[in-house]
Design a protein around this ligand. Structure first.
Ligand SMILES: Cc1ncc(COP(=O)(O)O)c(C=O)c1O
Length: 424
């Protein structure tokens, strides 16, 4: 199209945001919608972090492009405490959401971008906008939807220009699949990445929402070649605050500096009050630890309940290990779906929204073939504040808890499973 950068060819508004808008429109029209679309934390921002924001509301100056020094220090200390990796504050960069940093990183990187399929909806469009060559790494239900070292090796060997720099974007616990790597799997990946000089951009935004609380950063095994991405959107419930952080190895100082140049010419710096408040979040506290413990507990029990509901009616779904997503494969119902004219994941998703009022995202939006009858469900349509205070008041997190505090999620899942079991 005239006047439009050809890199934007065929790109549409981010799929997750579009479905959320459709849900809101249906709700405004008075329709009951069970929302499994947008991946937004159901939990409130911890009180101490909100209080810091209130105290810092008058902070009005532009801050250094790379980030408020006090915050960079807090983020460095966070990674030392949480991941056991040492960074200086100068190795940290703060941005308006990790999404923006992920984009700028791809823009500044000279080389190809390796993206697992399926993966988060925005990596590939970002690479496309930045004009990068994308190389997809296939995964499967059998590989737990995670890339294997064998696949990475095969792709690296296949490249026409084997020495062309490569940036692999990893994400775990994963959106859309809710799965995570074991330490052995990470070590195997690192071996291949080192051999072929593949840099890793490790999107660990759900790290603190690993359901057992034992997320391990790949940077532990590949410190010289990994950039770790995190932020406050998921574990701290602050998606709308728009703050994310990158931690760079000393070896990638040049890339950090290039990103700072782009930041200085675009967003300048993240909102000052948000950065001051983020210091409190990254420093952590006993109260924040308790908040995290309880958030994970709810997400674990609810995730297990959903997967067991699905598994009991022959839906292939991996157990959830972190975050708040499930990625069920409905192909067992393929023939019955055909009678309803449902032959791909888009049609399945639209059918569920129109007929049952259940909003999901089609697997095709995450890089799968359309005919794979897979959906991503984000199980966050519940009042996280009420659920957390129930735990604080001694309520046990069991099935009864889910029926009381996560009733819309329970109802939405029941709508899907009872529709499926009645299909002829
Ligand atoms: C895997 C993944 N990475 C990055 C982001 C972006 O997060 P933010 O820009 O809010 O830091 C999201 C948000 O949904 C995500 O799911």
């Amino acid at each position: 199209m005239k006047f439009i950068n050809p890199n934007l060819n065929l790109l549409k508004k981010s799929a997750t945001l579009a479905i959320n808008e459709k849900v809101n429109t249906l709700r405004r029209a008075g329709k009951e919608v069970y929302s499994f679309g947008l991946g937004q934390s159901p939990f409130p921002v911890p009180d101490s972090v909100v209080a810091s924001l209130q105290e810092c509301a008058a902070e009005k100056d532009y801050l250094p492009v790379q980030g408020l020094p006090e915050l960079c220090k807090a983020v460095a200390e966070f990674h030392a405490r949480v991941d056991g990796i040492t960074y200086t504050p100068q190795q940290i960069m703060v941005g308006p959401g990790s999404k923006e940093l992920l984009f700028i990183a791809q823009l500044c990187f000279a080389g190809d971008i390796l993206i697992p399929a399926p993966s988060w909806v925005s990596y590939a469009p970002q690479a496309q906008i930045a004009g990068k060559q994308i190389i997809y790494l296939p995964t499967s239900f059998e590989s737990k939807w995670l890339i294997t070292s064998e696949t990475l090796e095969k792709i690296c060997l296949l490249q026409e220009v084997p020495n062309q720099p490569k940036l692999l974007i990893l994400n775990y616990p994963s959106n859309p699949c809710g799965v995570s790597f074991s330490e052995t799997e990470l070590q195997k990946l690192v071996k291949v990445a080192r051999r072929f000089n593949v840099l890793i951009l490790s999107d660990e935004i759900y790290g603190l929402l690993h359901h057992q609380g034992n997320h391990v950063s790949i940077a532990k095994y590949y410190p010289e070649g990994t950039i770790v991405s995190t932020g406050l959107s998921k574990w701290c419930g602050a998606g709308g605050w728009r703050i994310g952080t990158f931690a760079f190895p000393k070896q990638l100082q040049g890339l950090l500096e290039a990103m700072v140049v782009v930041a200085s010419e675009t967003f300048t710096s993240v909102s000052a009050p948000i950065q001051y408040a983020a210091v409190t979040a990254f420093r952590g506290s006993d109260a924040i630890d308790a908040y995290l413990f309880n958030s994970r507990l709810i997400l674990r029990v609810l995730g297990q309940w959903i997967t067991s509901q699905f598994q009991s009616i022959s839906i292939n779904v991996r157990d959830v290990e972190g975050g708040f997503y499930v990625f069920p494969d409905f192909s067992f119902y393929k023939q019955k779906f055909e009678k309803q004219n449902i032959v791909n994941s888009l049609q399945l998703s639209y059918f569920l929204l129109d007929k049952l009022g259940v909003a999901t995202l089609p697997g095709a939006m995450f890089g799968l073939a359309e005919e794979q009858l897979i959906l991503r469900l984000s199980y966050v349509d519940f009042d996280g504040t009420a659920a957390l205070s129930a735990i604080t008041n001694g309520v046990e997190v069991d099935e009864k808890f889910l029926y009381t505090y996560c009733s819309k999620v329970v109802k939405g899942i029941h709508l899907i499973t009872s529709w499926l079991t009645k299909l002829e």
